[in-house]
Design a protein around this ligand. Sequence first.
Ligand code: C2E
Ligand code: MG
Ligand code: MG
Ligand code: MG
Length: 292
Amino acid sequence: FADIAMYLAKESGRSNYKFFANETLQNKQPILLESELCSAIANGEIQVFFQPKMASTGDCLYGMEALCRWIHPVHGIIPPAQFIPLAEKNGDIVVLDKKMIELVFAEMNKKAFHGLHVAVNISTQQFYNNHFVSFIHKQMQDNPEVDVSKLEIEITEETAIQDVEGAAQTITELKELGIRIALDDFGKGFNSLNYLKQLPVDTLKIDRAFIANLPEDFQDQAIVSSIVTLAKKLELAIVAEGVESQEQLNWVQDLKCDYAQGYMFSKPLQTSEFLTYLQAFNKEYKKEVRPV
Ligand code: C2E
Ligand code: MG
Ligand code: MG
Ligand code: MG
């Protein structure tokens, strides 16, 4: 992956550098006016970035996670941490999540992305909204070319436990449409595991807080290996989030964790940059980028 990074740096030169520079500047942006977000969504300022999701063996690109970014005309690229909490407070999050789903369906229509698995994050408010499943169904009807078996909806463990019965119902309905469901930020809330029995989810995503101090931290080692064992026994796919180093990757690979995501492979990329990443990946490995 160091090779791919080098290749990307060579290919896209300064624009690549600019992108990463932006990522670091983002945290210093001022909090934006709530009133701006709604019009920003309408104006197309909310965009999809993609972060690759790899087989933990590192040699196969399985798909990607869609992450929203606000491309602000004055402030530049704003990360979700700076506007999602606001949007959750004033209800704009429902509009934002719908927009993201529309954008993701549009991207999945593109030939270059066929065969890749795409995950999209859904907020608590949207997930428990009565119209959510029919909204997804409508997207499917409007985009008949999209293979929804490649679509995964991510809800956080926090969202899932707010109303386990309601969540189980919605998950069942989504699964009937052929969509996969992941439990995001798994382990973060130190919740009881009892609810897992009731939720027909497909994937657990280990919160990156548990990956960050691997391989040194022996407590995190114990937690991560227990979560992987749990997932295997429950026959769930398992993703390690926030993999930043080869040592961390080796560690989750040894545990037979299925997938890994993190800066080690790539930060979230704009669509055009993600396409370049796919090409570089194909070139390096001289094999198709396709799910395992
Ligand atoms: P998440 O779904 O858990 O997404 C993973 C976050 O971890 C992303 O932050 C990603 O950029 C970051 N990340 C990935 N790999 C690494 C790594 O190796 N190291 C570190 N330090 N961080 C890494 P991002 O894009 O800022 O998103 C933050 C959160 O905002 C997401 O967490 C998700 O909960 C939420 N979010 C993002 N997009 C959407 C969206 O469209 N709708 C909703 N409702 N929430 C979203
Ligand atoms: Mg997520
Ligand atoms: Mg997460
Ligand atoms: Mg999160």
